[in-house]
Design a protein around this ligand. Sequence first.
Ligand SMILES: *Cc1c(COP(=O)(O)O)cnc(C)c1O
Length: 410
Amino acid sequence: MSTPVTTPVLPAAPAAPPPAWIEIDLDALAENHARLTGLMRAHNPAAEVAGVIKADGYGLGADIVGPALARAGAPALFVAHLSEGAALRRALRADPDPARHALPVYILNGMAEGERADFLAFDLRPVLNGPDDLDRWTRAGQAQGGPLPAALHIDTGMSRLGFDEAGFKALATDPARLGGVDIRITMSHLACADDPAHPLNRRQLDRFRAVAAAVGRGRLSLANSSGLFLGPDFHFDLGRPGVALYGVNPVPGRPNPMVPVVRLKARVLQVRTIDSFESVGYGAAARARPGMRVATLAIGYADGWPWSAAGKGEVVIASHRAPILGRVSMDLVTVDVSTLPEQLIHGGAVAELIGDHRDVDALAKDAGTIGYEILTRLGRRYARQPMASGQTQVYPIGVPTPQTEVDPAP
Ligand SMILES: *Cc1c(COP(=O)(O)O)cnc(C)c1O
């Protein structure tokens, strides 16, 4: 007879503080929602601001920003995929206030064949992007005994998703086609909202007015983040901002009207003084001078820190600035800490990579991309830590001394 093997139960996750993390300021998120609501209500007291939280809440964690936006008063949330909607519904159902359990969640990409049961099970609403979506949701309603809620998306110049010109004309000439669905939102999406001078903005506005007159049902919604800053004509009933909620500037080239939401932090793994070698990192891209001190941080391009921003910008360690040095590795970034007081820089010290000294937009500029891409590429390895505005520290900072590690009894 063989001895039975017992496999010890694993802890859910390491108990030690993480090597890199994202701090998400929930007060700032609520403040940004309030600012956009104020902007709309200055002209339309009944206006409301929904939250777009596709791509896992623009990289911040939809399970964090979704419930937070619900608490801030968002009347609906938008994601792109069914799977995102399902996960979000779970997160909303976990909210202590049952009033938020049934918050409307819309799936921007519409409903594909075979998804009906999941839409119903997770209480999701499709954005109807064309006749196929409309047919499927109409049939779902027939099977359920009555029209089901949805949003209607008409393309006014993006040529991406939504009823096209011919599809819209068919609806406009025969509105009875919409009789089997319960349209709560009629929407379109702006292509050039971040460029106020672009003539397409006005053309899309005119087309959307025609859409609203012909088939508009429920709340009318045209503006994303930047669209809300094109003026009250673009507001209609429901704002659909994403990126501005997370603190990215919706008015490029002008001062950012939003407050920052994201801080990105990583620990120092090692510090070394360069003696004989003359370069740092891959490609020997950074020249070092003898005596230079280099700290290596626990973050790399696999975490979404852009490879294309190599050698640009600074991090902040204990209120001191340290220039980023050399290429970005998969898991590591090196910084020049030569001018920093030696006692402050040690393994375990914390470096701030996104924060007051360098916001998402500044990093995006250095990387040759847009703030949207920086946020949505934030990787899966970070701890995502919701915080309040005044809160300064979430994890113990500094090197654990040997005495702090208590060995379990043998
Ligand atoms: C992503 C998206 C938004 C939000 O856009 P932002 O520019 O992040 O404000 C709104 N509507 C639709 C249809 C979208 O795809």
